[in-house]
Design a protein around this ligand. Sequence first.
Ligand code: PLP
Length: 393
Amino acid sequence: MHPHTPAQLRQLMPALANKSYFNYGGQGPLPTPSLAAITASWQRLQELGPFTAEVWPWLSAQVSGLRGVLAEGCGVPPARLALTENVSSGCVLPLWGLPWQPGDALLIGDCEHPGIVAACRELARREGLSLDTLAVKDIRGDSAAAVDGAVLTALEAALTPRTRLVVLSHLLWNTGLVMPIAAVAARLQEHVRHPWLLVDAAQSVGSLPVAEAASLADIYAFTGHKWCCGPEGLGGVALSARLLVESQPTLGGWRSLANESRQGSAWHADSRRFEVATSCTPLLAGLHTSLELLESLGSCEQRLALIQERSGQLWRGLQEVNGITPLLSAAPPAGLVSFTVEGQAPEAVVQALGQQGLWLRSLDDPACVRACTHVTTSAAEVERLLDALRQLV
Ligand SMILES: Cc1ncc(COP(=O)(O)O)c(C=O)c1O
């Protein structure tokens, strides 16, 4: 893959040609070479197969190639990386297979996604577990150190001897703060029950360096279709060594089996125990290509610096618009910039901006408008958004 500049990558994304796009945290735009790779992969699948001895080594190379790339990004060996369809299945499949005991408590961050919270609630209902809340929503720290300190203080206040699992996103999808996952993991290790740590990585993978956090969590679940700019329908989950021993598949299928054609086969001992059955393999080539394109812009750290440059530009600009208040009291640590507009409902703001071809989203809790900046966001686009907001207030 040739090195690209952000502007060149932008040119490869048809979604960015006719609008100002600030919804990377909802879904990233798919580059044309990634779409071409999916089509080419589908063609190759037909030429070699679809169900022949010739196709299996090729398919297996596709799977292990992408597994290796994702595992490396997560700082884990390939045997600890399962391919999934999305963030939610990456959270739920290993979570539901853990050995729960009635009375165990799930400690859930108050900025978690409703879908993940719902899965935890249902688990609690079935297994007789209780739910506790980890309060991070009001943290606005002026520095990373202040945020880390506030999260650890909140964790200390919320842990009890019954805590068996902590659920916390790496990058909060609403306020945009980065959680100190390594420090949380270290604290949980000291806890009498060493609670499992489930990290929702929907917003972090593709926008932050994640190897440290992903390798320390028990379940680190992500998707390819947001900040990685891959196709929808393909994601992954990094799993800890202890989780692979302790969790049994709940939705198991032939791909979960050590020997798929033998009756009575045991589950795979590695991450593949959470891969279920037939899935759409051409998507692998699409995500692989998107990751290579992003990589061609520089390391994770260099890409985060580009993201921060634009989110910082937007955050500083918003500070100067009367009637607009960014949620964070310092420039965002990544690419999520949330704000409120005085006297206007977030949905109405999103609708008004959409009519001008500027695409953002609203969030309910805390009620706000969210703009995402990625490596492909241009300075001019940010200025256009600021101009539109000045007109609106
Ligand atoms: C923080 C967070 N978690 C989970 C999800 C669900 O993602 P998926 O549809 O890949 O399961 C989203 C999607 O918006 C999200 O932002």
